[in-house]
Design a protein around this ligand. Structure first.
Ligand code: SF4
Length: 393
């Protein structure tokens, strides 16, 4: 365990941040060793406000999981089911479209689609679903498939990632999702990941997407068995790739989750659960801050409120975060239930109030991070408190 930083080292790091210098691996590891959360937040907030002022971006989306049947059994995953298992499901194309249409309302701008690695579904199913979704919801952007899924499509189709992404884009794909990254360190990965998409293929597939002009997210699953140095290395690998392609638009630290309840069959599927705890709020805020400071060439850092709860999400805006994941209905992969009272759904109004209440200016964006609508700065505290604060319904 690293020691808490001494004053001289803190000053050195602070000077580097304020001079806009790129931070090193040793800097990142030392930042994680600090327990001075307000100091870390101040540094990250400085870097974040240089880029995005007091703006907090959000979009209004819904999540759709076409199938939870998966050939892999990643240790942390409570979503996957095996064929024939209770609660295993796979949507027919018409069912997926009906579900998406059911979720549509005037606010919706994006569908976020991730799935298990289904052992028998043919490759053609996936572009067909996208095509039908696009026909039914022409104004809604389709953000779909992790690099792990694209690697899977390569195996089941015999096509290259280049050909696969071309066909998916032709069918309406606007962006890949950022998942499947977990932690790139091989020794950690060997304990938590059961598919064979690692850094080499994950980065290769995002490179292909970036070369086609696609801007993609990148994620990091933290708070399980990894150490801070693994988080630092993960971010630095992505930073180096970003130096080459410039295609990452946002970095999303995802908080590892325990299974709290499995309503369908009472089974705890998370195989790490007995030997892990979840990251505390302080550790999450530290992770946001250090990520913002290290990943100096990515435009945005996002907090996915479903995994962090509303309190940490709101605080994260002072720890380098400038993007909140939008309204989510029936989010399944990690949120079958949780013990923190996190709601399943928020509307645009809920998000606006959450952002205003923290003193920031909400900006609604689309999947490409283009501004859809700017909102006024936060009303004065007196105005905000004139009526009870409404957070969610
Ligand atoms: S994380 Fe993805 S690939 Fe791994 S078991 Fe779950 S659904 Fe399958």
């Amino acid at each position: 365990m690293a020691e808490t930083l001494n004053a001289a080292r803190k000053q050195e790091l602070e000077e580097k941040v304020y001079a806009g210098e790129r931070l090193t691996r040793a800097d990142g590891i030392d930042l994680y060793a600090s327990d001075d959360l307000t100091w870390l937040g101040r540094l990250a907030h400085h870097r974040r406000t240089e880029r995005t002022d007091d703006r907090v971006m959000f979009n209004v989306n819904r999540h759709l999981n076409l199938t939870n049947v998966c050939s892999a059994s990643c240790a942390y995953c409570s979503f996957q089911r095996k064929p024939g298992e209770k609660a295993a499901y796979t949507m027919r194309v018409e069912e997926a479209v009906a579900k998406a249409v059911e979720m549509r309302d005037a606010q919706l701008t994006e569908l976020h689609i991730v799935n298990g690695l289904h052992p028998t579904l043919p490759w053609k199913y996936y572009p067909r679903v996208l095509r039908e979704l696009k026909a039914a919801l022409p104004d809604v952007s389709l953000k779909a498939f992790t690099a792990t899924e694209v690697h899977w499509f390569e195996k089941i189709s015999g096509l290259s990632a280049d050909e696969i992404i071309d066909e998916l884009m032709d069918a309406g794909l606007e962006s890949l999702t950022g998942g499947g990254a977990e932690i790139f360190d091989w020794e950690v990965r060997a304990h938590i990941v059961d598919h064979d998409t690692h850094w080499e293929d994950w980065s290769r597939i995002h490179r292909v997407a970036h070369a086609k002009g696609m801007r993609t997210p990148a994620t990091m699953l933290y708070g399980h068995i990894e150490e801070p140095r693994h988080r630092v290395d993960h971010v630095l690998q992505l930073r180096e790739l970003q130096d080459d392609t410039g295609g990452f638009v946002v970095f999303i630290p995802l908080r590892y989750q325990h299974d709290f309840v499995d309503a369908a069959d009472g089974v705890i599927r998370n195989k790490l659960q007995a030997r892990t705890t979840m990251a505390s709020p302080a550790e999450s805020l530290k992770t946001f801050a250090v990520s913002r400071l290290l990943f100096d060439n990515v435009p945005h850092v996002k907090c996915f409120w479903v995994m962090h709860g509303l309190s940490v999400s709101q605080l994260s805006l002072n720890f380098g975060v400038d993007d909140l994941d939008g309204s989510v209905v029936e989010y399944k992969i990690t949120h079958d239930a949780d013990a923190y009272g996190t709601p399943n759904t928020m509307t645009r109004d809920d998000l606006l109030h959450l952002i205003w209440d923290a003193g920031f200016r909400p900006v609604e964006r689309n999947t490409r991070y283009e501004v859809v609508r700017e909102y006024d700065p936060a009303p004065s505290l007196a105005e905000r408190r004139a009526e009870p604060q409404h957070v969610w319904t």
